[in-house]
Unconditional design. Structure first.
Lengths: 315, 447
């Protein structure tokens, strides 16, 4: 049936087109199929990157296309690196990335360890635990905003119930001290299941005979955990940390929905600062330089980390 | 890969190209249609209703592209900056006028107005300056005033009229519990209601703008700053801001706004703008609410807090009698990148007519045409009409420079840092603001 359709289509092809196609090798046709994707990747990934590097040395503003573009050399980079607000945003980002990774790794691994015990109903609980990561960050941001609402939010009621503090005093998103932790809690709630999944894959990849051998050697469960489970799952844990680190370094949507960077600039992570400079102030050259700095930072850190990961895998 | 499949691949490509062509032709041959871009809010729905008359008269279909306020500026400024053809007509914010005029995004309308007998003298003067002119106070028009708007206040008239509350208030403050005329009075009323039990519910004093992400806290705090003596720059020396933006009066105004935020707003008010403020009022949480006048028709119709339960008053005056209100609202412009500029201009011509403007007001839009707002029955036509008229008489607007976004962003940060996050002092915040704004104008080559 398929061949018949192909024959029909072949017959319908004008002879001039058919002649040209007939001259192509299998490799040529393969390139023909790949070419659109390659071109698209070049157009939407590589070209913008090269273009942004070029713009980062200029005073270009996208909202003033008629103004002459001046080359300003390294001035944008100097201004960014000397801007205290940028450094505060970087510190906020570092706080967010560090604490979300610590909490997600600890809780994610603990959950994976529990799920791996294969207790009764573990498949059901695995599905329940995975639900948060299936939601859109926009949805999560919005409903946590309601949950954090001091007067009507469930979070404030729960804290009030356990601590006796009046719920109207628990303003997680409006308090300078609590807001950075409020976004850490939401991100941890949402992405711990993802870390758990990767850790679970790691735990399930450890062959049973290693544990059997350890038991023959009368190793205690604690000893088995430290000498077998953790070292063998470590590459997976490190991979999860890498993925979450890169993702959270560029966190934007959830923070924007929860706090908009506030109160004040308390939760203004680097990507929010970048967006404000690029698409609100329209300092295109300046924000391109900032984007390049962020890119180099993430790329550099990720490279160092991947080398460490490879060393761990080779052990 | 055999030859049959190669030929099939070529045939599919050929057929795809063959069908795409006629489709493209079919699209371009579609009946004439104009796209109007604006924010997604109540007046936009009224405009959809109003525009049906235009379609009936002209045969031109109207398509609407409405974006929520929080993304409105981002979305449409991106569109204009990229010379996009999405919008034929745009109702752009008043602060965009400088950038849109200087960067060629809007069509200049002077010749069109002259040719069609549209006179800017027929519109409320403040709206012409605010929505149409660039440079300000020069007869260069880039928009037709479309939607008059201004920050004002609503209050719970039913609570204010409760005899027991009236008595208690008079005993405490020696005056009647009524809509405040000054900010000191407003704060007293807010303190009076804060945490009080009214009809079995705990209520709070006032809801004010504190939003951080877009323009919220700036649109709120300026109402107080103007009244306390804040000025954008030296009236005799443009862009000279030292001692005007951060004068001792302006610092006192900023400190007052913070004290109002600290004493008298409901818990969780750290990121409040139009929607949140209206929600606080509609849910019966607050005695008074700061908000743009466009929200008033909807609130008046609200079953729970509308009708006889709601009252309206203009922004109160400052301690020295200065009396201003933050201008909102927009003008309608023709986008310079539109392929249908003639049809778009015909829409503006239709919209400028007196009878259309009268219907615009009836449907819930705020007309800026003198013949509508000065009509004998206008003040009594709606319960909020008088407050709107009084408010429009005292308007003042934020910078409308091409760099308005950078200026706005700096103010959002400095004010929010102080008012909501409680970092530094009011003087620090305004001193820093002068530094930020000076840097922006230096970058622009204006100083």
């Amino acid at each position: 049936m398929l061949n018949r359709t192909a024959d029909t289509l072949a017959r319908a092809t004008p002879s001039r087109v058919a002649r040209k196609v007939r001259g192509l090798s299998d490799r040529g046709v393969a390139w023909l199929f790949i070419a659109p994707t390659m071109l698209l990747l070049l157009a939407i990934n590589i070209f913008p990157l090269v273009w942004a590097i070029g713009l980062s040395f200029t005073n270009y503003r996208a909202n003033r296309p008629n103004e002459p573009i001046k080359n300003v050399g390294l001035q944008n980079y100097q201004r960014i690196l000397g801007d205290s607000d940028i450094w505060i945003a970087m510190q906020t980002t570092a706080h967010f990335v560090l604490w979300t990774i610590v909490l997600q790794t600890l809780i994610g691994f603990a959950l994976a360890y529990l799920i791996d015990r294969k207790f009764r109903g573990h498949a059901f609980w695995t599905t329940i635990i995975l639900i948060p990561m299936m939601l859109s960050p926009a949805v999560v941001g919005n409903f946590w905003r309601f949950l954090y609402q001091p007067q009507t939010g469930l979070f404030a009621y729960a804290v009030s119930f356990f601590t006796g503090i009046p719920n109207t005093s628990i303003d997680m998103l409006g308090s300078v001290g609590a807001a950075p932790w409020a976004i850490v809690i939401v991100d941890t709630w949402m992405w711990t299941p993802y870390v758990m999944l990767i850790c679970l894959a790691g735990l399930r990849s450890i062959p049973d005979y290693i544990y059997e051998a350890a038991e023959v050697d009368r190793a205690s469960p604690w000893r088995q955990f430290w000498s077998i489970t953790l070292p063998m799952a470590l590459p997976f844990i490190m991979l999860a940390v890498l993925f979450r680190g890169i993702e959270n370094f560029k966190m934007f949507d959830m923070v924007n929905l929860l706090t908009g960077g506030g109160p004040g600039s308390t939760t203004e992570v680097a990507s929010i600062t970048l967006k404000r400079q690029a698409f609100e102030s329209w300092r295109t050259g300046y924000s391109s330089a900032f984007a390049i700095i962020l890119f180099v930072a993430v790329f550099g850190l990720a490279n160092i980390y991947v080398k460490a990961l490879n060393r761990v895998k080779q052990r | 890969m055999n030859l049959t499949w190669k030929a099939a691949f070529a045939a599919v490509s050929f057929l795809s190209l063959g069908t795409a062509g006629p489709l493209a032709v079919a699209t371009s041959a579609h009946a004439e249609e104009l796209t109007l871009c604006w924010a997604a809010w109540d007046p936009a729905n009224a405009l959809v209703e109003l525009s049906k008359d235009f379609t009936k008269q002209s045969g031109i279909d109207m398509k609407f592209e409405f974006v929520p306020w929080t993304n409105y500026a981002d979305r449409f400024l991106n569109e204009l900056n990229s010379h996009g053809k999405l919008c034929d007509l745009i109702i752009g914010d008043s602060q965009w006028i400088g950038g849109s005029a200087e960067n060629g995004h809007y069509v200049k309308l002077n010749d069109f107005f002259d040719k069609n007998g549209i006179s800017m003298d027929d519109f409320v003067p403040a709206t012409v300056v605010g929505y149409s002119e660039w440079p300000k106070n020069t007869p260069n028009y880039w928009a037709l005033p479309a939607m008059g708007d201004v920050v004002g206040w609503t209050y719970r008239k039913d609570w204010f009229e409760k005899p027991e509350l009236q008595k208690e208030f008079k005993d405490k403050y020696g005056r009647d519990l009524a809509a405040p005329a000054t900010y000191d009075q407003l704060k007293q009323i807010a303190e009076f209601f804060q945490g009080r039990d009214v009809d079995g519910q705990k209520v709070y004093g006032a809801s004010i703008y504190t939003e951080r992400g877009s323009e919220g806290i700036t649109m709120g705090v300026t109402n107080v700053l103007y009244d306390y003596g804040f000025k954008y720059d030296n009236p005799d020396k443009p862009y000279d801001m030292e001692g005007f933006v951060n004068s001792s009066d302006a610092v006192a105004g900023l400190e007052f706004y913070k004290s109002l935020y600290d004493c008298c707003t409901p818990p969780g008010s750290s990121n409040v703008y139009m929607t949140e403020s209206a929600d606080a009022f509609k849910s019966g949480q607050v005695a008074m609410q700061m908000n743009f006048a466009f929200t008033w028709p909807g609130l008046y119709k609200d079953e729970k807090v509308g009708g006889d339960r709601i009252g309206f008053f203009p922004n109160p005056a400052g301690p020295k009698g200065d009396h201003f209100a933050q201008l909102g609202g927009q003008g309608i412009s023709v986008v310079a990148y539109s392929d249908q500029q003639d049809s778009a201009l015909s829409y503006i011509k239709w919209f400028a007519q007196a009878d259309v403007q009268a219907k615009w007001w009836e449907l819930g839009g705020y007309s800026c045409l003198n013949s509508v707002v000065n009509a004998p029955g206008f003040a009594a036509s709606q319960p909020y009409a008088q407050a709107f008229l009084d408010s429009m008489a005292i308007v003042k607007d934020f910078w409308a420079e091409p760099s308005y976004a950078s200026l706005l962003q700096a103010m959002q940060k400095r004010v929010h840092d102080y008012v909501v996050a409680g970092q530094g002092t009011g003087k620090d915040a305004l001193d820093s603001l002068v530094e930020d704004w000076t840097e922006v104008f230096q970058d622009d080559g204006k100083i």
